[in-house]
Design a protein around this ligand. Structure first.
Ligand code: GSH
Length: 246
């Protein structure tokens, strides 16, 4: 049984779980919130980031590394295209999503508005929120609007590139951002299409449970909702700062 360490609400964890759902592989989740990992978590994840994949005595961090490993080891739905150029472009969109959409949606908006107040008990950086909404998110969406297909997905069937891009928009909406379908019609329709795919949509109920529960009671709330959780957790009761970007 594969184990994924990380919160259902993280865009990077959602990406990995959606890819595992596409592949049809079974997994268990240790749903720790970022900043709440113990010493063993730090051993498995040197940057104290989620997700981490544990496969027996093997473990590895970083959603892109994990998804490539899954594609190479699990049969079924291909996560990346076969053709070398299409494959390179898929990796580019994955990278654009993880780095740039991560910066503008997660660190510029979701972290400031949602995570910071809950984890550190104080408001996030309002100037950063304003800049994200006024400049950074619109610039990223202008780029996507030129690149995304009018129908279907980037490389035929849904794959890791589509999932990576769409995943950040769900966190954007958790922070109150809705894509303007007049200004960015392709992007809005693409994201809606991707998030409606069962591999991602099926995760939503666990996200809802997690978001409505207080951090220390999340584990029990998820168990009650039937989430596939590990028996043991690497979570701790008080948060510790991560390595980066704070
Ligand atoms: N490049 C990494 C990014 C993972 C990441 O930044 N995860 C966030 C949660 S959404 C985290 O664990 N942050 C804690 C920290 O940076 O200290 C990936 O693709 O997995």
């Amino acid at each position: 049984m594969l184990r994924v360490i990380g919160s259902f609400v993280s865009p990077y964890v959602r990406k990995v779980l959606a890819c595992m759902n596409l592949k049809g592989v079974r997994y268990e989740v240790d749903p720790i919130t970022p900043f709440y990992g113990n010493e063993e978590f730090e051993r498995l994840s040197p940057l104290r980031r989620i997700p981490v994949l544990v496969d027996g005595d093997f473990h590895v961090s970083d959603s892109s590394v994990i998804c490539a490993y899954l594609d190479e080891t699990c049969p079924g739905h291909a996560l990346y295209p076969i053709d070398a150029k299409a494959r390179a472009r898929a990796r580019w969109f994955e990278e654009f999503a993880d780095s740039r959409l991560g910066d503008v949606f997660i660190w510029g908006l979701f972290y400031q508005k949602v995570v910071h107040p809950i984890v550190w008990g104080e408001p996030g950086d309002q100037a950063r929120i304003d800049k994200s909404l006024d400049e950074d998110i619109p610039a990223a969406l202008d780029y996507l609007e030129r690149e995304l297909p009018a129908d279907g997905f980037l490389f035929g069937e849904i794959g890791v590139a589509d999932i990576s891009v769409a995943s950040f928009f769900r966190n954007g909406s958790y922070a109150g951002f809705e894509t303007d379908s007049v200004r960015w019609p392709r992007t809005a329709a693409f994201v809606e299409r991707a998030l409606a795919q069962p591999c991602i949509a099926d995760l939503l109920r666990f996200e809802d449970v997690q978001r409505s529960a207080e951090i220390r009671s999340r584990r029990q709330a998820l168990l009650d909702a039937g989430a596939p959780l590990t028996a043991e957790t690497l979570g701790i009761r008080e948060p510790r700062r991560g390595m980066m970007r704070l």
